[in-house]
Design a protein around this ligand. Sequence first.
Ligand SMILES: [Zn+2]
Length: 288
Amino acid sequence: MTHSGLIPVDLGVDIAAWFTTAQFDLADETGRAALAEATGLSLAFASQVHGTDMAWVLSPPDNQTTAFVYANRPSGDPNQPPATSQPAAQAETKHHWLGRAFHKHLDQAPPKCDALGSQVRGIGLVMRTADCVPVLLADPEAGVVAAVHVGWRGLLAGVIQSAVAAMEAGGAGRHQIRAAIGPAICVDCYEVGQDVAGQALAGGHQVKQGPAGGAWLNMPGSTVSQLEQAGARIIEWIDECTAESPRLYSWRAERTLSRQGGVVGLPADRSNETDQRHAGQYAANDLP
Ligand SMILES: [Zn+2]
């Protein structure tokens, strides 16, 4: 997929992933529709609240519904381990679970959370940002993907660890998870108050302190550290500052409500062409 508003990232075989630029304003319905068309995926969004929860997207919109089906577990009964190893059993369990507990999520607003996960083809998970760090995660072998929104609150609250643990519960192998970090505000552009700096330092995050008492939080660098500590492997880091780059939105620099972001998903079709293209990449770039 080539489009000037998309920054492709290679998270592995049969994984579709991009970061976006200001060419798509994801705060706007027109921009969201254009992104869906450019990626060929049904896009799932979250109502981001700077927390640590992940919602699983179980089903794309269909003729009966205009909303996605969300859950707080990857599949199955909340009191049982998720059934991820047997596709048929999983589907049956999922419908049971949906009928019992999830119909209320249909036709409602997106879930309030800062991470979306899925194991379902054709869905693009989107996190929207304008200085915060968009993170895309995938275990290509297990077929589990996730998108995470990392602001300073989420970083300090542990949203990265929470998302990796949720992926693991959904069948991903912690050390098979590949991570891409998208454009975010750089440390030099992100001065924070002493209260935030103190909390960040206490949490072991990266803070630069100036001689006159100023403090700057390194959100992208801290995100990379957290991902590595969680066991993920960093594949790409788009180290481009939102406050300095003219092609990116920045809340700090522009006070804009517009948003770029990141999208990750399992493509709907595994055509031979796609498989061959990925096979070439796999041989050239990859992996143990
Ligand atoms: Zn900067």
